[in-house]
Design a protein around this ligand. Structure first.
Ligand code: NAD
Ligand code: UDP
Length: 303
């Protein structure tokens, strides 16, 4: 298989590139390193089956040679990243998805969109099944990410219906693990760096909001199964083990043996209060569910 991973230099993308190479794929990794360091793929760069293409997917691109699969993961993903890069985020989800779909169409390749649980916004249905249409503030600060991904899903389904393109949509829930940027601003890297540095753990709001954190190798396995299956409708990929942010902070303090204090700061605008995936389709149709418990995944990330 010859696979193009767009956003392959990022946290999740670099894990996928490594995994695909390990399974004998030839991997073309396209990235403009907007939100990731090139060192993420430094250990892959010398391999003959790996090719790095520095390009902004919001501009058209056609790689040479045949392709079997195109995975589109290019987008700022951490809230601080997409809030400081609002236009780039909207472009990656709209123009970027269009250009990525055009590559797949020209090559007759299978396509996967990395979508997000943020399409559910601040959900009024809990846990969130794929059938829930979501509760998104379409003009709030987070809309640059949420609406870009909602548009990307709509465009992917349109290519599937209009051109019979063989598409997949992964609705990815909060994912963590080694190579997540320590300063990318998300809760797990923030808490770990703060705890290890002896600085206060910043909790936004009162910490009662919940998330459900999936270890990156579990997610990569889910993406691989989704690509290998026949589901064209969006599929939730996440860990249904829900935890409040205050519990997460206490767990990380214990695992790092840190004496950091907890500092409460204002909750960001439109911050979802609850988030937990309903993963019945992934369980039943892909025979997938996360295997790595939170403590184990956090210890690997802390290392
Ligand atoms: P990341 O920021 O580490 O990776 C994104 C990658 O895309 C980076 O390497 C970045 O440089 C690249 N990129 C951004 N814009 C680009 C452009 N215009 N052209 C080329 N490359 C571009 O983030 P991540 O956590 O690895 O997320 C990867 C994908 O998964 C994203 O699409 C994100 O929306 C989605 N996702 C991630 C999570 C999560 O918890 N990590 C949750 C839901 C969805
Ligand atoms: N959060 C926090 N402290 C931090 C970073 C994040 O309390 O230093 C909160 C954030 O407000 C949200 C949750 O942790 O309620 C998860 O945030 P993250 O940025 O990891 O992902 P999100 O689910 O918001 O995309």
């Amino acid at each position: 298989m010859r696979t193009l991973v767009i956003g392959g230099g990022g946290f999740i993308g670099s894990h996928l590139c490594g995994r695909l190479l390990g399974k004998g794929h030839t991997v073309l990794c396209l990235d403009n390193f907007l939100t990731s360091p090139e060192s993420n793929v430094a250990d892959l760069a010398g391999r003959p089956a790996f090719q790095l293409i520095r390009h902004d997917i919001s501009r058209p691109f056609q790689p040479e040679g045949p392709l079997d699969a195109v995975l589109h993961l290019a987008s700022p993903a951490s809230p601080p990243d997409y809030l400081r890069l609002p236009i780039e985020t909207l472009q990656a989800g709209s123009l970027g998805t269009f250009n990525a779909l055009e590559i797949a169409k020209a090559k007759g390749a299978r396509f996967l969109l990395a979508s997000t649980s943020e399409v559910y916004g601040d959900p009024q249905v809990h846990p969130q099944p794929e059938s829930y249409w979501g509760h998104v503030n379409c003009v709030g600060p987070r809309s640059v990410y949420d609406e870009a991904k909602r548009f990307a899903e709509a465009l992917t389904m349109a290519y599937h219906r209009a051109y019979r393109l063989d598409t997949r949509i992964a609705r990815i829930f909060n994912t963590y693990g080694p190579r997540i940027r320590r300063n990318d601003g998300r809760a797990i890297p923030n808490f770990i760096t703060q705890a290890l540095g002896g600085r206060p753990i910043t909790i936004y709001g009162d910490g009662s909001q919940t998330r459900s954190f999936c270890y990156v190798t579990d997610l990569a396995e889910g993406i691989e199964r989704l690509m290998g299956g026949d589901l064209h409708d969006p599929v939730n990929l996440g860990n249904p083990n829900e935890i409040s942010l205050i519990e997460l902070a206490r767990l990380i303090l214990r695992l790092t043996q840190s004496r950091s204090s907890i500092l409460f700061k204002p909750l960001p605008v439109d911050d979802p209060k609850l988030r937990c995936p309903e993963i019945r389709p992934a369980r039943e149709r892909l025979k997938w569910e996360p295997a790595v418990p939170l403590e184990e995944g956090l210890l690997k990330t802390i290392d």
